[in-house]
Write a protein that binds this ligand. Structure first.
Ligand code: IPE
Ligand code: IPE
Ligand code: MG
Length: 240
């Protein structure tokens, strides 16, 4: 049988985990790890542009992360504000379109304005779509989609529900990477990851580099994506 060789993933999603441990190993405050995490994201965005990946969706702050110590939560809010002030322009210059995904209700007015401005300023860019999931949870997403669907009175089907999800503009991820060694989704893209290829990397997110990304893309290339079919069906292209 021929070795599997998939085209590179169109849509890559990443749970950027391990910032806290990266800092603690260096006897630094956890927020220092989150700052390095922003640098890692900038690096990975550039690599994705270079690799021709169309969509990158990253998990930056979960619905459950509010339960962390007050100091860490406020530090993360500050870091988002700082990144909005500093990084939108260079990202726009690289052709990146930014979208923020998640519940904005609990965010400060300043942050809400910053997110909308960043989206507007980059709306016409087409090189890479970068979805930043902030105050996002997969369960929140399914519930908000179900609510919208109920309001429209439409028939409840998989495609109707998908069209109301926060990722309706970009579809489902092909490859989902989690860094930091944990092997769980932690409430990320629960519906959308139904057929994503999963890749777990032991590298802590601030250290995630070109070799780590390429290892994930290479592993993806060798996976047989069967979507419920048999290998024989895939080979002959005769489904059903
Ligand atoms: C991921 O890194 C970033 C956020 C959840 C905001 P962590 O802060 O979870 O890092 P670890 O898992 O504690 O090392
Ligand atoms: C998932 O990481 C959320 C983000 C990376 C933003 P967590 O560190 O919050 O996940 P758990 O708590 O280890 O499951
Ligand atoms: Mg973590």
């Amino acid at each position: 049988m021929a070795a599997v060789s998939n085209a590179p993933p169109r849509h890559v999603a990443i749970v950027m985990d391990g910032n806290g441990r990266w800092a603690q190993r260096r006897h630094l405050p956890r927020i220092a790890g989150h700052k390095k995490g922003v640098d890692a994201l900038k690096r990975v965005v550039k690599l994705c542009v270079a690799r021709g990946i169309g969509v990158l969706t990253v998990f930056a702050f979960s619905s459950e992360n509010w339960n962390r110590p007050e100091e860490e939560v406020s530090g993360l809010m500050e870091l988002l504000a700082l990144a909005l002030a500093r990084e939108v322009k260079p990202l726009a210059e690289e052709g990146v379109r930014l979208r923020f995904i998640g519940d904005r209700n609990n965010l400060s007015q300043r942050l809400k304005d910053g997110l909308s401005q960043a989206e507007q300023a980059t709306a016409s860019n087409e090189r890479l779509l970068l979805n930043v999931c902030f105050n996002y949870g997969g369960r929140w997403d399914v519930v908000q989609a179900a609510r919208q669907l109920a309001d429209t009175g439409q028939e409840i089907t998989e495609s109707a529900l998908s069209s109301m999800l926060a990722t309706a503009h970009c579809g489902d991820p092909d490859l989902l990477i989690r860094t930091g060694g944990e092997m769980r989704l932690s409430n990320f893209l629960l519906w959308q990851a139904a057929y994503a290829e999963l890749f777990f990397s032991a590298t802590l997110w601030p250290d995630f580099d070109e070799a780590d990304l390429d290892a994930a893309i290479q592993a993806f290339g060798a996976r047989e994506r069967r979507f419920g079919l048999t290998s024989a069906q895939l080979l002959t292209g005769a489904a059903g």
